[in-house]
Design a protein around this ligand. Sequence first.
Ligand code: G3P
Ligand code: MG
Length: 245
Amino acid sequence: MNRIVNFAHRGASAVCPENTMVAFRRSLELGATGIETDVQMTKDGQLVLIHDEELERTTTGSGYVKDKTLEELLRLDAGSWFGKDFGGETLPTLQDLLQLIQGQDIILNIELKNGVFLYPGMEEKVIAAIRAFNMSQQIVLSSFNHYSLAYCKSIAPEIRTGILYMEGLYRPWDYAAILGANALHAYHYAVLPEFVAEAAKHGVDYHPFTVNDPQRMKALIDAGVSGIITDHPDLLAGFLAAKGV
Ligand code: G3P
Ligand code: MG
């Protein structure tokens, strides 16, 4: 990854219902060169793209994703909560998104939402899907569950991993080495320019989240981050183009 990756957070989530196919497609039209998405697991072991463990906020359903089958979930509307024009959008599977970006020069950041429910077997299923599409080089796996990230690296060393965190960790590049992780997916206030430089010396990339303020975007570009996760890929695309990066 030489360019600064413009990761659309949950797709073009400022203008479309998050984590839907319309949001992912729109983000690419707006200039994203990467997509960040959240994966949860159904009762029957299928991988669906939705941020919350519960269905209430972003679908017409209720209860937990983990208690429903994929067939039950596909009956829900995942778009109308955002706007009536989006009625009829359904929850995508991970495979739907892999299919969309297969063969395109786009990086996919798959965030494993296995911090509340551990979803045993999720890592194997995500990695099997990535390998089935032959897309290991296009992926960054991330999670707030760092045990899971270490496990992913142990079973799929060829797939990049990024450590999600919110705090002012001390020398996070050293911590990344312990996990065999390739990137730091830090809450953007936990990123200082000198950290970015030091991490780079250790071969570790920074992909801060979720950066929507224009001044903050510019400062992080100048600091040398390798990617930025944003709800506004169009805005970021403009700044990256102006800087020629
Ligand atoms: O991956 C970056 C960011 O998405 C992490 O937080 O809650 O938006 O999934 P959240
Ligand atoms: Mg996320």
